[in-house]
Write a protein of this length. Structure first.
Length: 226
């Protein structure tokens, strides 16, 4: 018997049987031939299959983890949900997608280890920023309010890097990282529901009231507050 490949099928020719032709799929022919292969070949095939499966599982885990690059702990997710539902009269489609993303990342087993590492990294980076800001303040850095900031520029750079940031896990947002409760207590709600939604001048006005109204540095961790 000898196989002859024809397109996607193979024809098995039996010369002694009057050239009987049997058309079967090529995959079936390959499986039939494999039954008569050596044990060593079967072992190699099984090993290669197991390796491919392991790579696929590892790739799936990595992909799932990368899919949750911006991870949220349960506490952070609750904070985001409270912010979304308390600051807006109507929840947008984007807000709902954000909450869905947070929930998926919380349930993703492949991402849990990354969450712990992410939290440690964030804590280390925050500590480094606080130390750097305090050292700069102790050294009497020039032009503390350079750039037109309403509070010392070193504090702004430590808190937000001088960017108008969206809310973090605690709800703090904007150039000055003001939380919703403080924003509203110092008249920010007349401008916008949250700090980052207001203009730079409006945020500066509220930050100035906070800084000069007695709260001062106590409202900013980077300024030595709690």
């Amino acid at each position: 018997m000898r196989p002859i490949a024809v397109g996607r099928k193979r024809r098995l020719i039996f010369p002694a049987a009057g050239a009987l032709l049997l058309a079967i799929p090529a995959t079936a022919a390959a499986l039939t031939a494999g039954l008569g292969s050596s044990p060593a070949g079967a072992a190699r095939t099984a090993s290669a299959s197991a390796q491919r499966a392991a790579v696929k599982r590892r790739t799936a885990r990595t992909a799932a983890q990368r899919g949750c690059k911006k991870l949220f702990t349960v506490k952070m997710g609750e904070g985001a949900a409270n912010l979304i539902y308390s600051s807006h009269g109507q929840v947008s489609e984007h807000d709902l997608k954000l909450l869905g993303y947070i929930e998926r990342c919380q349930r993703n087993p492949a991402a849990r280890g990354f969450v712990r590492g992410y939290d440690r990294y964030q804590a280390q980076m925050h500590h480094a920023r606080v130390v750097a800001a305090r050292q700069a303040a102790a050294a009497g850095s020039s032009s503390l309010r350079a750039g037109g900031w309403a509070i010392p520029g070193s504090v702004v750079q430590c808190e937000s890097g001088g960017r108008n940031l969206p809310p973090n896990y605690a709800g703090a947002s904007g150039y000055y990282q003001i939380i919703p409760g403080t924003w509203q207590a110092y008249g920010g709600s007349q401008y916008a529901p949250s700090a980052y939604q207001a203009t730079a001048q409006q945020q500066a006005a509220v930050a100035s009231r906070i800084w000069n109204g007695g709260a001062g540095a106590s409202q900013w961790v980077c300024a030595g507050g709690g």
